[in-house]
Design a protein around this ligand. Structure first.
Ligand code: NAI
Length: 331
């Protein structure tokens, strides 16, 4: 297949090229993000390969269909950024990478948590400046704390297991509880109870119309004073303005984010010599108790290899007209 690979970074080129050995797809790597302006770059291609911040709304899909694109291979697990109904109406199958390394994301959530709890992000800068004072760097033990895991699918289950290893009590909320988590000692409760009891709340669920702004002002009000909130899932799960109010009042004591509602205009690009116009994001950056990474939880060698091999496998199955086990279907 001839494939237009949008939002291609050097690591995408490296891992997809390696995975393509023996498959023979003609991969056209494009730095541009997919949008109504950049769809013409997919002319004369059979498939489009897209990432999390590419625009796969109705207008883009209509244009791609007109160009003859007959497959969309997402190189992500999440698929909230594609208008699946339009893709289905246009007869364009969509595949994704359902699980490439739950460990990568769960371990990054732990990395954010640990850095915040022990203030490592601040200690790093202090020591480099010859400031060895400990004043203001008091942390707390995770052992014995209550951790609330919202969503115990692949990633949430790994995160819960790690937290149990720290000696935490783990509460979870998921409409489909996992027997494996229960067997490990995870206790399923209603969301309200989880929020009220947890010292740490970590989000591991997809964003849907029902879960958009799941963490809003009302739910923040239910939380413990000084709660630690970690979001490595999707930015839209959290009402950022409500979180900022929670930080200002002290209700939220620590905040770790790998995702942000409006990240599409920021993340994955070097904007270090530009003025940032997102006043909400820049407000977040001013808090000493907030740690933000730019959607890098997935970014390990193991995950990149799995993403590349599954994506190339999806393209090969589509080319051969074989069943598509990783096809995303409309509910
Ligand atoms: P998964 O599909 O294995 O698990 C999601 C779980 O959420 C399921 O058990 C489901 O029942 C549960 N769920 C659905 N609605 C819920 C609700 N209203 N309340 C509580 N639980 C609910 O998904 P996986 O692979 O564990 O991914 C979790 C999240 O991590 C997704 O949002 C995904 O987009 C995100 N992600 C982030 C990455 C990053 O680099 N930051 C990389 C990969 C995934």
């Amino acid at each position: 297949m001839r494939v237009a690979v949008y939002s291609a970074k050097p690591y995408d080129v490296q891992f997809l090229t390696a995975a393509n050995a023996g498959h023979g797809h003609d991969l056209a790597f494009l730095e541009a993000r997919l949008s109504v302006e950049t769809t013409p770059l997919a002319a004369d291609t059979d498939a489009v390969c897209a990432f999390v911040n590419d625009d796969l709304g109705a207008a883009v899909l209509e244009q791609l269909a007109d160009l003859g694109v007959r497959h969309i291979a997402l190189r992500s697990a999440g698929f909230n950024h594609i208008d699946l109904r339009t893709a289905e109406r246009l007869g364009i199958p969509v595949t994704r990478v359902p699980g490439y390394s739950p460990y990568a994301v769960a371990e990054h959530a732990v990395a954010l948590l640990m850095a915040l709890v022990r203030k490592t992000h601040r200690a790093y800068n202090r020591v480099r400046e010859g400031n060895f004072s400990l004043v203001g760097l008091t942390g707390f033990d995770l052992h014995g704390k209550t951790v609330g895991v919202v969503g115990t699918g692949q990633i949430g289950a790994v995160f819960a297991r790690i937290m149990l290893g720290f000696g935490c009590r783990v509460l979870a909320f998921d409409p489909y509880p996992s027997d494996e988590c229960r067997a490990l000692g995870v206790q399923y409760v209603e969301l309200e109870e989880l929020l009220a009891e947890s010292h740490i709340v970590s989000l591991h669920l997809p964003v849907t119309p029902q879960t958009r702004h799941l963490i809003d002002a009302d739910r923040i009000a239910l939380m413990r004073d000084g709660v630690t909130l970690i979001n490595t899932s999707r930015g839209l799960l959290v009402d950022t303005l409500a979180v900022i109010e929670g930080l200002k009042s002290g209700k939220i004591g620590l905040l770790g984010l790998d995702v942000y509602e409006e990240e599409a205009d920021l993340f994955f690009e070097d904007l270090s010599d530009r003025v940032l116009f997102d006043d909400v994001f820049t407000r977040l950056l001013t808090f000493p108790n907030v740690l933000i990474t730019g959607h890098q939880a997935f970014f390990t060698v193991e995950a990149l290899e799995n993403i590349a091999s599954t994506t190339i496998g999806n393209l090969t199955a589509a080319e051969r007209g074989e069943p598509l086990p990783n096809r995303v279907v409309v509910d």
